[in-house]
Write a protein of this length. Structure first.
Length: 447
């Protein structure tokens, strides 16, 4: 069989064995496409069922999460933890609480996480979890009761040397606090390294909150410099207004860019003169309100209900909300409006059609598993601080993050060049991430 046929047969098996999981199919298809370059050159990666094993989670846990709401009614949600690959270290990856969560979404995120974590150069495996619970509109006590019930089951599957969850969509500092409290109570252990994204007083790391957004901007800066351009003075669109988006906006503006728009699922806000980050943080993090409130309270900001944020004119686009939020049509709009650089702060926000448009229109494109790896990398730095009972300064931790993002950029660029696809950061990220995991799996035998 030639490489095309081999890859096709891997993909057909994925479709057959994982029916009804389109996001997982999409994530695997993208990686397999890149692996054609590797399998052509290094045929030992086709042996020992390596690719088949890599696409099959080591363990998938699905559980009932019953809880009582403020009216005394019993609610039932579904919890997930997919422990995908632990060849490089304990499973590591966030928890997502969003009504759209299902097994296929958690598997796509867990699969991406394997290669992302490998790219960080730190000893962490890949996993992901979450629930179809929607924290929006729930009281703090409802969120707490849900988190306690969720952890009552999850607790038996995690540990600082086993599996270390963190936040993702719908899971921020508040939720991590309730989850950690329940874990501590059930195990009678103050095991700091079991979760990351903790509060600073109880084992959290400085920079973890900012890390994904900051890291995405550091990666973007590297990519722009290599393309002969500067972030300083550029106009940047950032979709979303959650954890990743807020700190991407902050860092982009600190480095001299103007952020001309951001969004949530109700629409977007155009901000031609830049974003007031303090106000945005107050609206979103303290008051837990929508972006329309920001537009009401800010100077020079306009809310576009149900509008498409990708219609704003800019130089750089950072999708930081959710998967498949930027499609082929929006990608054409971006290209027509002069965008030259796109970096994914979210996981898989660009559809395959959008990525194809970027390729054709020569837009520099950084995939999420490279560009947003700063979050999990800083989680691994939090684990290091917990293991040594130490806490580092903001400046030192940020310097480590910057160094990691620079190394990830170099790994993507150099690997793409090595496989004769210079500038293709998708192939570079997938291949560089894959090789380390693959070599370790081959060394550790068929398990
Ligand atoms: P948050 O919950 O803090 O924010 C999510 C943001 O995305 C909100 O503005 C939300 O708007 C918007 N959003 C979510 N779903 C949709 C949707 N279906 N349509 C439109 N907008 C939507 O999550 P994070 O910022 O933590 O995560 C954002 C992305 O970054 C995700 O893809 C996540 O997997 C990825 N990521 C996060 C990391 C982290 O450290 N937090 C690390 C690496 C990747 P609304 O409030 O209206 O729902």
């Amino acid at each position: 069989m030639n490489v095309d046929q081999t890859v096709k047969s891997y993909y057909e098996q994925i479709l057959q064995r994982n029916a009804g999981e389109p996001e997982f199919h999409q994530a695997v298809a993208e990686v397999l496409e890149s692996l054609k370059h590797v399998l052509q050159k290094n045929d030992h990666y086709s042996k020992d069922g390596l690719i088949e094993r890599m696409c099959e989670p080591e363990r998938q846990i699905i559980f009932r999460v019953p809880w009582v709401d403020d009216k005394g009614q019993v609610q039932v949600n579904r919890g997930f933890r997919v422990q995908f690959n632990s060849v490089l270290g304990p499973y590591k990856g966030g928890l997502r609480f969003h009504p759209s969560v299902n097994l296929g979404i958690i598997k796509f995120l867990g699969f991406e996480q394997i290669f992302k974590n490998s790219l960080t150069g730190l000893p962490i495996g890949g996993g992901k979890g979450g629930s179809d619970f929607d924290p929006k509109g729930k009281s703090d006590h409802e969120v707490m009761r849900f988190c306690q019930s969720f952890m009552t089951e999850l607790n038996r599957h995690i540990g600082d040397k086993v599996d270390v969850p963190a936040g993702d969509i719908g899971v921020g500092g508040r939720e991590i606090g309730y989850l950690f409290g329940q874990y501590r109570r059930m195990n009678n252990r103050h095991e700091s390294g079991v979760l990351t994204g903790k509060g600073l007083q109880w084992g959290g790391s400085l920079v973890r909150t900012e890390a994904t957004g900051f890291g995405t901007v550091y990666f973007t800066q590297e990519m722009m410099n290599a393309g002969g351009e500067r972030l300083d003075g550029a106009r940047v669109i950032v979709s979303g207004s959650g954890n990743v988006a807020i700190y991407a906006i902050q860092k982009a503006q600190e480095l001299g860019a103007t952020v001309v728009g951001f969004s949530d699922s109700s629409g977007y806000v155009s901000t031609p003169d830049g974003v007031d980050v303090e106000l945005l943080r107050d609206v979103k993090e303290n008051r837990r309100e929508r972006v329309a409130t920001y537009a009401k309270e800010a100077n020079d900001a306009e809310f576009h209900e149900n509008g498409n944020i990708w219609e704003i004119e800019a130089d750089v686009a950072l999708p930081c909300a959710t998967q498949n939020e930027l499609d082929g049509e929006s990608a054409k709009l971006l290209a027509d409006n002069g965008v030259k650089f796109v970096a994914e702060g979210a996981n898989m926000p660009c559809t395959p059609e959008a990525v194809e448009v970027f390729r054709k229109r020569k837009i520099h494109f950084a995939p999420g598993k490279a560009a947003n790896a700063g979050g999990v990398a800083t989680s691994a730095l939090e684990m290091q601080q917990n293991a040594s009972r130490d806490s580092w300064t903001f400046e030192y931790t940020d310097k480590r993050l910057k160094g990691i993002m620079r190394n990830i950029y170099r790994a993507c660029a150099d690997t793409a060049a090595e496989y004769d696809v210079e500038g293709d950061y998708v192939a570079g990220a997938n291949i560089a991430g894959f090789r380390k995991v693959a070599d370790a799996m081959l060394a550790q035998g068929v398990i």
